[in-house]
Design a protein around this ligand. Structure first.
Ligand code: SF4
Length: 64
């Protein structure tokens, strides 16, 4: 299965991904997105967050 990861160097803290998948992403005190629950939503909804990220900071990783 695939799980989402955040490239914190690329994240500009726009806050979009937690709006789309609040059970997967949240903003940290440093205003960077982080993954709180990598299976907290459907792949389709997480993909919507991936597509909506303005800096392509969210990427998929195969979970072994
Ligand atoms: Fe960061 Fe992208 Fe999420 Fe915006 S959508 S908070 S840039 S990871």
């Amino acid at each position: 299965m695939r799980i989402p990861k955040i490239d914190k160097e690329k994240c500009i803290g726009c806050g979009t991904c937690p709006l789309i998948c609040p059970n997967v992403f949240r903003m940290t005190d440093e205003n960077k997105a982080e993954v709180t629950n990598d299976t907290g939503d459907t792949e389709e909804n997480i993909q919507s967050a991936v597509d909506a990220c303005p800096t392509a900071a969210i990427f998929w990783e195969e979970k072994v």
